[in-house]
Design a protein around this ligand. Sequence first.
Ligand code: SAM
Length: 181
Amino acid sequence: MEAQKCPLDLWAYQEIIFEGKPDVIVETGTFNGGSALYLASICDIVRRGKVITVDIEARPGRPQHPRITYLEGASSTNPEVVARVTGMIEKDDAVMVILDSDHSQGHVLDELRAYGPLVTRGQYVIVEDTNVNGHPVLEDFGPGPMEAIEAYLGEGAAFAVDPDKEKFFMTFNPRGFLRRV
Ligand SMILES: C[S@@+](CC[C@H](N)C(=O)[O-])C[C@H]1O[C@@H](n2cnc3c(N)ncnc32)[C@H](O)[C@@H]1O
């Protein structure tokens, strides 16, 4: 099952999950479900965690796994979707979030505002594909995830960029690994 991720970023993902052992991983942007299956398999290894993955499109054949819940057919920023995700989180759960849906600045900023507050202290929100709009690829993309992060941090959000998660020298997510402080 295909996952649309840089393998070196997946290495960072498995370190983050091993270290933080989140109870809930929320992913926006399921596509074929390959990344959700990867996340669930790491949860299997650490014997903890469930994956809630949201996509505006329903697709047949997404992998079934007891740790994965698919929310399909509505935008990640739809208030009902955000409420459903929030309702699936228990009071003391450690929560991690991955944003990998529509990569326009406006959408990612809306996602950060909606899902950022769910992330618990010490856990991460990972913003995928911050490398677009000339950082350093796809110069003509227009404002995207990197610009959304700058705007979100500019609002005083309680996250710090963790450059340590870029240690494998190539990442699709420069400045995209944000740790809740
Ligand atoms: C880059 S793909 C996700 C890749 C997947 N996470 C992986 O690593 O294999 C982006 C997905 O976001 C979905 N998407 C686009 N806009 C969306 C929105 N507003 N809300 C939720 N999902 C959206 C698309 O349908 C697509 O499946």
